[in-house]
Design a protein around this ligand. Sequence first.
Ligand SMILES: [Mn+2]
Length: 428
Amino acid sequence: MKLLLTGDIHLGRSSTRISVNGDTTDLRAVSAWRRIVETAFREKVDAVCLSGDIVDQDNRFLESIGPLESEISRLTASGIHVLAVAGNHDFQVLPRVAEHVNSEYFHFLGQGGKWERVTVSDQSGNAVHVDGWSFPQRYVNESPLDSYNLPADRTIPTIGLVHGDLHDAKSPYGFLNINKLRSLDVSGWLLGHIHKPELDCSAGASWVLYPGSPQALSPAEQGVHGAWLTETEGNGLKVPVQAAISSVRYEELDIDMTGISSREAAESRFFECIRQAAQELHDTGHGHCAVLSLRIRLTGESALAHEMEAIATRVREDLTVQHAGLTVQVEKIRNATTAAINLEEHAGTHTAPGALVDILRELDEEKPSVRAHDLLAQVMEDIRRVDRTRDFSTHLDPRAVDETMARDFIRAEARRLLSHLVAQIRNQ
Ligand SMILES: [Mn+2]
């Protein structure tokens, strides 16, 4: 049997921070949903699995109910099963949709936070269990896995559908422990909540998939965004494969400005790197993608470090690049270039710049020192704490906070501080 896997569609929303002159690319999540359904028909799947936050109840959701219901009906009328669980954004809406879609092929699973199993089969008698749990309200502080009680059946594949947070044990959005997921008799887990696609498929264990938002919705949602396909194989499920769906691709691009010493050279470097990014996306196959939105970070040491902000702003205003069939926009530029500072000169000097240089070095070591390790842990916790504050957590979708994010943050701040300290010393 063939299954299509998706979640976090957030019908009602559109890709944000896109402003390309004259471009008419459809940025709406609802259009991505229609492309997903087309993919389901084209791939002749037996079932479509939806892992929550299909509808965004904070954003024009009444307009989304129609297309959601009509496309589900189109699938079920063709004998394709649709299985859905609710997330924190659609715990109220999905039960209403379930009432309207009157088909034995539509299954709203785990209503009220109670695990529920539906077994679907094809005409040749192949079958798969689908175990699902739905958000009963917006916040869930206990782990949905604590109440998993469905019987193990190793004779046919089982897929688990649940919306929740793999990364933060204190999450108010249903913490899911990865080891617990792997220990249950389930062939694969389709999760929802985190918008960045994430596939964990350690050998010998069940795979765990965050399908990600099929339409990339913000500059934080980088990389390929789409839906996923899997097939039953004996009593298991194959590792899912991604099918690109999003009409927008957000990427971060570092441009190294080392050695650049004139305005003209800076502009050329800029355009050359942007065209190259578009070419690379084109060469790897961009599916439905029509807009490439770049968040650029200027790096390296340059004599023009202090002017880089102004140069970048001007280039950005003039910029419309059509390259390799893509419209390219520069959404934001961050200047992380530094004036040439000789780190050696300050290392181990028992001065403020010296202390920063030591921290920068310890962070880059393969095995960070106890101090660097503690600092990373502290910064990760600080970022999570800020993300959890009410203003952010109720309006923004949560993001995975990891060491790379913390390290980049510390490095950038230390560099910035170092430039200021060194400039002060020079000016004394
Ligand atoms: Mn969610």
